[in-house]
Design a protein around this ligand. Structure first.
Ligand code: AMP
Length: 249
């Protein structure tokens, strides 16, 4: 079985995101970029499935500017087999990504797609769900455990206030949550090996997908700054302030 893992290039999660002065978006110039953290978890899961002898090839797909190839290389250095880069310079929306991924699924014929549950830049949490709908495949979102059978997969989902155990028929789209696994670091020999692994380039036109945006970002704002706290001298003063200043009791 082949596993397809979509990996997105996003601002590194350690970077403090700054809004552009004209509020048209966030600053990307000279900002450290990295693989979306949930996608690292998806790659790790695919590797574990392959290492358990349940898959024979892991193909990474990234939609984005040419630097997305670096993101693919990161996943190849973790152990994935090959990559597909779909060039897209403009901001690309989840529906367009899902349509492109659908076209790649038709071309490659994987038995499983493992995505991140969300990209930490747009926080959309839509692509995996849209892809499964477009393909007519089962979906298992927010997975914190994946147990693969021959025709079905048992998934534990992280839902509000607990865990949900489900079974999905394969082929399926799985989106992974934070607690599923801890992604490995790439070793130096694997980083070297990854340089030789193939990355194919495709365009949205070749795949017959219109990626014209359907949404317009009107304005991006920084969160409101919090005012400084104060120290109170006694419990009586605290109660007085809560009652008469904050008016919360
Ligand atoms: P989102 O729906 O944007 O929150 O993204 C959910 C998941 O879809 C990500 O964790 C990736 O696995 C995949 N994905 C979204 N955008 C892209 C992209 N441009 N290239 C590759 N994969 C993507």
């Amino acid at each position: 079985m082949k596993i397809l893992v979509p990996v997105k290039r996003v601002i590194d999660y350690n970077v403090k995101v700054r809004v552009k002065p004209d509020q048209s978006g966030v600053e990307l110039a000279n900002v450290k970029m990295a693989m979306n953290p949930f996608d690292e978890i998806a790659v790790e899961q695919a590797l574990r499935i392959k290492e358990a002898g349940r898959a024979d090839e892991i193909v990474l797909v990234s939609v984005g500017p040419s630097q997305s190839q670096e993101t693919i290389r990161t996943g190849l250095a973790m152990g994935a087999d090959r990559g597909i880069h779909i060039e897209a310079d403009q901001d690309i929306e989840p529906l367009a990504v899902a349509k492109l991924l659908k076209a790649v699924v038709k071309k490659e014929g994987p038995g499983l797609v493992i995505c991140g549950k969300q990209a930490i830049d747009d926080d959309s949490n839509q692509t995996g769900q849209m892809l499964s709908a477009l393909l007519g495949w089962a979906q298992a979102t927010f997975a914190s455990s994946v147990e693969l059978g021959s025709e079905k997969a048992k998934i534990i989902r992280e839902v509000d206030g607990g865990l949900e155990h489900i079974e999905v028929v394969l082929p399926a789209v799985i989106t992974v949550d934070l607690r599923l696994n801890e992604p490995r670091y790439a070793s130096l020999p694997n980083i070297m090996k990854a340089k030789k692994k193939p990355i194919d380039s495709l365009s949205a036109d070749e795949l017959g997908v219109d990626t014209t945006p359907r949404l317009k970002v009107v304005k991006v704002e920084e969160p409101a700054a919090r005012s400084a706290g104060i120290k109170v001298g006694s419990v009586a003063e605290l109660v007085d302030k809560l009652k008469n200043e904050a008016k919360v009791i």
